[in-house]
Every structure is written in C-alpha cells, then in structure tokens.
Design a protein around this ligand. Sequence first.
Ligand SMILES: [Ca+2]
Ligand SMILES: [Ca+2]
Ligand SMILES: [Ca+2]
Ligand SMILES: [Ca+2]
Length: 273
Amino acid sequence: MRYSRTLLGGLLFNTTLGLATGVHAASKPVNSPVTYQAPYAKKAPRIDGIANDAAWSQAAWRNIDQLTAGVAPTNSDDFSGRYKVVWTKKHLYILAEISDDILIDSHTNPLEHYWDDDALEIFIDENNNGGEHLFTYDAFAYHVSLDNQAVDIGPFLNAADKQANKTNVRLYPHHVTSQWMRSKEAPNKIYWEVKLAAYPDTYKDEYAKKEKPAKPAKLKTGKKIGFMMAYCDSDSPAGRDHFIGDINIKPVNDDKNRGYIDSSVFGVMELVK
Ligand SMILES: [Ca+2]
Ligand SMILES: [Ca+2]
Ligand SMILES: [Ca+2]
Ligand SMILES: [Ca+2]
C-alpha cells in the first residue's frame, strides 16, 4: 500500500507512524506564524464553481506547491493549484483553482480509498491547539471528492464497534458544501468552491445520540485557525500519484504526510477585516 495508509475494514492503523507505540504529537506553539490572512466577506460567495463572486477579489492566492507524498507532478498541467479564503460570521469560504490533466474517481464508494481519487483535502483545527487528531475531532481532514462529498475519520462510537473493527470513516454533509466546474476560458483548470463550518473539538457524531450536537464556532476578526490545504492527484485507477499541500511539513522518518494525524503541522489562518 502506498503512502503509509492501510485500510483494514475501515480502521486506519500503521505502526510506523508511532500510533501503536505511544508516541504523541506535539502541540502547536502558541506563536506559530500566520500563513494566510483571510478577509471578511460582506457578501458570501455563491457555491457554484463559478469564481466571479465579488468577495474573491478581496483575498490573496496562496500556492499549493509543497510535495507531501508521492512523486512530483510531471508539469503544471499534471498538477498545479492555489487557493484563497474569505469568511463570514458562520462560515469559511474557500476557492481552489486547480489544473489537473486527468480527473478520476475510480473508487465509487466515497468511504473507500478516498485519498486514491482526485480530492481537495482541507485540514482545519478550529482552536489551533495542534496535536494528534486521527481518531478524534480535535481537528478535521476533510477529503472533498469529485462527487462533492466530504469524508474523514472520526472516533469509534463505542468499544464494541472498535472491537468489531466497524468503520469510523464518515461523511460530513453538514460541515462541507462544495461545487466545482471547469473554467470556460481554460478547460484544463477547475474552480472549486467550498463552504465550510468550523466545528470545534467538542463535536460529536450525530450517531452518538446521547450527546448534544456541538455547533460550529462563530467566526470573528482576529481569530486564528489551524489550516492547511492540499490536493490528492490521482490520474489512473492505480491510486494517488502525488499529494501536494501549501505547507512544507517537517518530516518524521522521512514522511511529510503527517497532516491527517497531527494538526501541529498545519499552517495558521488569521481572520482579518
Ligand atoms: Ca461562485
Ligand atoms: Ca494530474
Ligand atoms: Ca483542536
Ligand atoms: Ca487527477
């Protein structure tokens, strides 16, 4: 299996990542540098894959150009990308401009091998406190697939489910709304618009019926959010060719693909006026 991920009946588990050996990820330093400043949007962009909303013109692009796993893209048509973010009190809005020569969704079940199909991967740590999040909601790694569904790994609902190795991979339709479309001017480019609710660490699955569902955080000027943006580029049914993000991650055992485990490697997004 490529890139450290092994799927065992829905349980992601890999001893080389230290999960089984009790190695805990460090928390994010309080003064982590800001990697992106997202401006406030007076009018929320419309999520339709058309990047002509006024709000987008306020925000700066940030490149998605850091090879995180796999081999480097052959050229800028194979993959190149950049993104920008704006916010309202209730949501973050992301625009990604992606060039990808082949769009492919060969695993039709959105819960299976979702990282081996083309996908935007949005990493968010609402309270920017860092730390391990693979089996928790201390942070999210939403894989937004070509069918516009968002998938991540959550906690097991109970010990019996864990024992039975039932899936802890879930869809989050109430967290993420997305739509992409090919550019009319340059059809090799796609514009992908995403509306994202920033759910806090206290989020509980709707399936955990005894728990009161946590609400998304209210956003305000000055708030800092752990954030990283990436793209899983697959160009054949064989799986992911390269995984490219916007942060140059410090490798552990030569592995930069740490974001889905440890939110301390994310960048920091500051919400500004
Ligand atoms: Ca739009
Ligand atoms: Ca490609
Ligand atoms: Ca957190
Ligand atoms: Ca592709």
